[in-house]
Design a protein around this ligand. Structure first.
Ligand SMILES: [Mg+2]
Length: 428
């Protein structure tokens, strides 16, 4: 009787070698020839009778985690493996890059020696064994790790992450640009953008007071009206209150801006008071967006249940990574809410957001502040408001180490803002 074992093993070896070879040619493999896959210690796979003999499970191990600060305020992560494949992630909370790097160092002993492809299992272990759950630092560290593990898995199998998540769900991905002045709107529009976001204009450099006067409100409304007229009726422009406008002023501003049909109102108040955000959401027909400071499915559950927002903006680098944002998108779908990932960070964060956009049905628009020029070998390009569906394996990007040499290291600090009249602390 013929045994199927040698044949099966050969097939698996060939498959994995092909996948790694594909990755060598396409993206992010380190020392591929110097670090061959250990094909003699393969994990057993089901017999040929099994209907589940569909995956390659050669032994692959994580060898080390490497972080490095990248200008202007980012933290990049490389997860190295003994297969020569390196996964990329951005495990950072803005203003606390070093703290996040330390969190990664504390998680590293758990991951070293483990198979990087057990992405959800590692997510659960890192999240739940921490005992103290959530929060910006730990979930940002976890988010970057999750991105890197998906990147490795996609590279080993030679496919984009969205292929592993059931995509693609679309052929191109809409993105929006920050533009707070007429000049910037024109500049970004010339680059191909059709969707934009601004913030409430300050009067005499003053952030919103608890109750603002008519001059401040009129100025903010006039500045938004000017931008809206340049964007035109075919374009979209949202306005981000940044959680920095006190509720009484937010209520007035929302009413006054409605006539200009904003794309959305973002963080009209601080997300800490979900009940109040839900109350404000009921006062307007403009969609409320929130989520950049909300973590995991448990944080977004309350937003959805209370009807505080219909556009969720989980940050791929804060909310729990690709694994968690996929789940959050499913929860949102049940409430007819959409996903517009927050992203004021770098190209790895953008790449992770694009993979999510291509994996879910309820995607609205992706935020970005960098298309990766000077950081990745093939920066993204925008055409008619959209980025083409990425096709490379994993996250689909490769760092341009040469171009990044002058961007390593930073000492970025969050702004410190005060009321110009009385010196009291304000949000920014
Ligand atoms: Mg925001």
């Amino acid at each position: 009787m013929k045994s199927d074992k040698p044949e099966s093993g050969l097939d698996r070896r060939s498959l994995l070698k092909s996948a790694v070879a594909a990755s060598v040619g396409l993206a992010g493999v380190e020392n591929a020839t110097a670090a061959p896959v250990d094909t003699d210690s393969a994990i057993p796979v089901p017999s040929s009778q099994s209907p589940r003999q569909t995956t390659v499970r050669e032994k692959v191990k994580i060898t080390r985690l490497e972080t490095f600060l990248v200008k202007p305020r980012w933290l990049f992560l490389k997860i190295h493996t003994d297969a020569g494949v390196v996964g990329l992630g951005e495990p950072v909370t803005e203003g606390r890059a070093r703290t996040c790097a330390e969190a990664i160092r504390e998680i590293e002993p758990y991951l070293v020696g483990k198979d990087p492809r057990d992405v959800i299992h590692h997510w659960q272990a890192i999240y739940r064994h921490a005992f103290y759950r959530g929060g910006p630092i730990l979930t940002s560290a976890l988010s970057g790790i999750d991105q890197a593990l998906w990147d490795i898995k996609g590279k080993l199998l030679g496919v984009p992450v969205y292929e592993l998540l059931g995509g693609p769900t679309r052929q191109r991905i809409r993105v929006y640009a920050h533009a707070g002045t007429p000049e910037l709107v024109r500049e970004k529009r010339a680059q191909g953008f059709t969707a934009f976001k601004t913030g409430p204009a300050r009067l005499n450099n003053r952030y919103a007071r608890i109750v603002e006067n008519k001059a401040w409100i009129d100025n903010a409304v006039a500045k938004f009206a000017e931008l809206r007229s340049i964007v035109g009726k075919e374009g979209d422009i949202g306005i981000d209150f940044h959680g920095a406008v006190p509720p009484a002023t937010a209520r007035i501003l929302m009413k006054e801006l409605e006539q200009f049909h904003p794309f959305f109102y973002e963080e009209v108040i601080n997300c800490q008071d979900v009940n109040l955000m839900a109350e404000l959401a009921k006062t307007t027909h403009i969609p409320i967006a929130t989520g950049e400071r909300i973590y995991t499915k448990w944080g977004f559950r309350e937003i959805l249940e209370k009807g505080a927002a219909t556009i969720l903006q989980p940050d791929l680098c804060h909310a729990g990574g690709i694994s968690e944002v996929k789940i959050i998108a499913g929860m949102a779908e049940a409430y007819y809410a959409s996903i517009a990932p927050h992203n004021p960070l770098g190209p790895i964060s953008l790449a992770a957001g694009l993979q999510i956009a291509a994996s879910i049905p309820n995607f609205l628009c992706q935020e970005q502040v960098s298309l990766g020029e000077g950081y990745i070998k093939k920066p993204f390009t925008v055409r008619d408001g959209y980025i083409d569906l990425p096709t490379g394996p994993g996250l689909g990007i490769e760092l341009d180490e040469e171009a990044m040499k002058d961007k390593i290291g930073h000492d970025w600090r969050n702004p410190e803002t005060y009321d110009p009249d009385d010196g009291s602390v304000t949000d920014w």
